[in-house]
Design a protein around this ligand. Structure first.
Ligand SMILES: [Zn+2]
Length: 232
C-alpha cells in the first residue's frame, strides 16, 4: 500500500534507527488522545485524514512528536504505555478501544452537563453528579442520561456507563422503565443484568440502531408501548 510505505518512510525519517522495527521502538504513546468529536483530523504518518481520535506519540531519542491514528499505532507496533507501564502487545487493540470509549463517555457527560444547565434539568444534573461520584448510575439515572445523549445527537451505543442494579428499588426501576428507554442502554447491562431485565418482562432489542433512534426521537416526549410494533 502506497500510504503504508509512505508512513513507514516518514516514521524512519524522524527516528534515529533506519530499520523500521527498531525505529518503531524509539517511539511511545503515553495515553494522550484527542477526541475531535467528528472525523476531521489527519494522521501525521499516513494518508488517513478522517480521524476522530488522534493519539500523540513521541520519539524518546529524537524527541519528535506526531499525532497518529490507531491504525498506524497498531500497524507499526508503537509501544503503548498506561500509567507508566507498557501495555502488552496482545492487549494494545483493546487498550485503545477502552481509551476511546472513555473519551466518548467524557464527551457525552460534558454534553449532558451543558443540557442539564441550559434546561435547568435538576434530575439530569443529579444523575451526572451520581455518575461522577460513584462511576455508575441507577436505571432511572441512566434513562435520563441516555435520553440527553441522544438529544445531543450522539450515538447511545457509543457510550457505556456501569448500571447499578442490586437493591430492591433498582429492580423496581427496571420493572417500571419503558422498554424503548431501556434499549438505549441495553448494551451497558452485564449478562446477569440482562437476565434480570428479561425476568422483569423486557425483551432484548431486535431493531437496528438507526431505526430505534428515529423511533425514540419521535416518541421521547410521549412514550407509547403499543407503538413498538411499528419498529419490530
Ligand atoms: Zn496513520
Amino acid at each position: 500500500m502506497k500510504s503504508c510505505a509512505g508512513a513507514e518512510k516518514k516514521l524512519v525519517a524522524l527516528s534515529r534507527s533506519k530499520i523500521i522495527g527498531k525505529a518503531s521502538e524509539e517511539w511511545r504513546h503515553d495515553g494522550l488522545c484527542q477526541n475531535l468529536e467528528s472525523p476531521i483530523a489527519g494522521c501525521d504518518l499516513c494518508a488517513n485524514n478522517k480521524l476522530r481520535f488522534a493519539f500523540l506519540i513521541q520519539n524518546q531519542t529524537t524527541h519528535e512528536k506526531m499525532w497518529v491514528g490507531a491504525g498506524c499505532l497498531l500497524r507499526f507496533q508503537i509501544p503503548i504505555y498506561s500509567g507508566g507501564v507498557r501495555v502488552p502487545a496482545h492487549r494494545a487493540r483493546d487498550h485503545l478501544a477502552e481509551l476511546v470509549q472513555m473519551l466518548v463517555t467524557q464527551e457525552a457527560m460534558a454534553r449532558c452537563t451543558m443540557a442539564a444547565m441550559e434546561q435547568q434539568h435538576s434530575a439530569l444534573a443529579e444523575a451526572i453528579i451520581q455518575y461522577r461520584m460513584h462511576g455508575r448510575v441507577t436505571v432511572f439515572e441512566a434513562s435520563l442520561i441516555f435520553s440527553a445523549v441522544e438529544k445531543a445527537n450522539m450515538l447511545t451505543s457509543d457510550v457505556v456507563l456501569p448500571i447499578y442494579l442490586r437493591r430492591e428499588e433498582d429492580l423496581e426501576q427496571l420493572r417500571a422503565i419503558p422498554r424503548w428507554s431501556l434499549w438505549r442502554f441495553w448494551h451497558c447491562l452485564k449478562a446477569e443484568q440482562v437476565q434480570l431485565a428479561l425476568l422483569c418482562g423486557h425483551k432484548a432489542p431486535t431493531t437496528e440502531h438507526s431505526k430505534l433512534v428515529r423511533y425514540q426521537r419521535q416518541t421521547d416526549t410521549k412514550p407509547q408501548e403499543d407503538c413498538l410494533g411499528k419498529i419490530d
